[in-house]
Design a protein around this ligand. Structure first.
Ligand code: HEM
Length: 149
């Protein structure tokens, strides 16, 4: 039997569909499955990385919860789902050893993973957005440390 929908449900569905079409990931075919693959593949590599691994492994006690949070983050960024409710700037201000070379290493691994996991146009979007967000995190960190930017 076809399920009946109340007007409020229909409104929400129409709004969700409109928002999805406006999202940056829509035009290049980003899906939740792609985000899951990118995030999980990337952090599997991060955990093994000689420089980044130790930083994460010291702080992340529950990797399943962290990966779910990061999928929500990228879903909000690329598909505008609004699922992420964290505070990335505050989280990174607490990582005392974070610096510019580590950001470059992070971005290199991220881009390399995207090329392996995503179709080319989507990989470019994942990479460009990560670079923009990394720049703003770095600006905030530098300002909080009183460094010249
Ligand atoms: C050198 C580069 C980076 C390092 C070492 C790093 C490290 C970390 C660590 C240790 C956490 C967990 C903090 C905690 O829960 O105590 C974290 C959280 C997070 N990171 Fe990064 N990160 C880096 C770059 C980035 C970049 C470039 C992005 C986005 C493009 C990003 C997105 C996030 C997000 C969304 C969270 C969750 C924040 C929250 O809990 O609200 N990170 N990162």
């Amino acid at each position: 039997m076809a399920s009946l929908k109340f007007p409020a449900d229909l409104d929400r569905e129409v709004r969700d569909q409109r928002r999805a079409r406006l999202a940056p990931g829509y035009a290049v075919g980003v899906t939740e499955e792609m985000i899951h693959a990118q995030v999980h593949s990337f952090y599997a590599r991060v955990r093994e990385d000689a420089e980044l691994g130790a930083i994460f492994n010291r702080r992340i006690a529950d990797w399943d919860a962290h990966l779910a949070k990061l999928c929500d983050f990228w879903s909000s960024v690329l598909l505008m789902t609004g699922r992420f409710h964290g505070a990335p700037m505050r989280a990174h201000l607490q990582v005392a050893e974070i610096n510019a070379p580590l950001f470059e290493r992070w971005l290199g691994l991220w881009a390399d993973t995207a090329q392996k996991v995503c179709p080319p146009e989507a990989a470019l979007l994942f990479t460009a957005r990560a670079r923009t967000i990394a720049s703003s995190l770095q600006l905030g960190i530098a300002a909080s440390r009183g460094e010249a930017v």
